[in-house]
Design a protein around this ligand. Sequence first.
Ligand code: NDP
Length: 399
Amino acid sequence: MAKILCVLYGDPKNGYPKSYARNSIPVIEKYPDGQTVPNPHAVDFQPGELLGSVTGALGLRKFLKDLGHELVVTSDKDGPNSEFEQHLADAEIVISQPFWPAYLTAERIARAPKLKMALTAGIGSDHVDLQAAMDNGVTVAEITYCNSNSVAEHIVMQMLSLVRNYIPSYKQVVDGGWNIADCVARSYDIEGMHVGTVAAGRIGLRALKLLKPFDVHLHYFDRHRLPASVEQELNLTWHASVESMVKVVDIVTINCPLHPETENLFNDAMIAKMKRGSYLVNTARGKICDRDAVARALQSGHLAGYAGDVWFPQPAPQDHPWRTMPNHGMTPHMSGSSLSAQTRYAAGVREVLECYFEGRAIRDEYLVVHNGQLAGVGAHSYSKGNVTGGSEEAAKFKR
Ligand code: NDP
């Protein structure tokens, strides 16, 4: 019998939903590159249900109970007295979502001698000290592609929100106002602007494709160049460095994973290279941007706007400057956890657990660390090392 420790965000304030805004969600069978969506033997949930919160339990309760395993589901993840810490010592599998990450630091991994797998219900396993996972033979896996398109939609929404000044204008309405000049004094069209992505992986490329019909000029930086046919189809300009791209674009979107090479990539020096009045949208990971450098650039007006949904740590402490800096359009980390995405990543988690318990290989495209090495998608997109430093600050949210 294995103990599976599953960390999920809490239920809605008013309780677990009894009904939903829509009766169903579209059925998606394949991702744009042909990869099949998760295909477990079965699932014990209705597509479109809230699965990412504690009561939803990723739809795993019956499945794991029937197999005789112990499932602990908690949202209490930070600090030495958390429920997570109490169960870690004898957990064989830890499941966590990036939206509400159970930070698996080297210290925590050292306190988990039975730990065999850290499974990310989503994409992005930077909340795990990958070096410590490699050193301790812990497999790390994530559900590649499950929410990439969801995030790309959020990126386009937030770019338009910033450029068109949507959020303050919406607020005018809610507050009973009608000052058109206030609404439009910071409102522009995106048409004709230059937009660039740092990384053109699954999310970055999807964002470029979604943006194309807006008649913008598209740019990208990536370590590996896209096929020439894709560059031609989207009329892309490739840049050999992030610096060369940020100098010429009006909007930057960040879509690389967080790993030692990308931590603090957007610091004071990089932001200074951006054009005055640029917009920065970061739905990748909070730590890719220097927290205070972003706040300073908004204060000075060098950046015209900043949006995204990723913070460090998560949940963001009450005094996190991104909550109050000017001209931001931040949301909590939610873009990859739409009900549509939850259906896919819950099924993906089930698929990985079936493989694990049946002794079958986990899809290569889901693996980040395996057999003491970066593996699968991890070997392609991550670098060795640890970016969990400072995550203990997440406990401050509770105080
Ligand atoms: P992919 O693996 O498809 O794409 C990642 C891309 O990043 C790859 O093209 C990779 O390039 C590139 N990359 C890696 N390192 C660097 C670097 N140093 N500089 C520039 N590019 C780099 O992943 P996704 O597109 O699906 O997801 C990307 C990230 O988005 C995730 O790692 C996660 O952090 C975040 N995410 C956020 C979500 C949210 O809810 N906000 C949900 C899902 C993901 P190459 O392989 O060519 O070297």
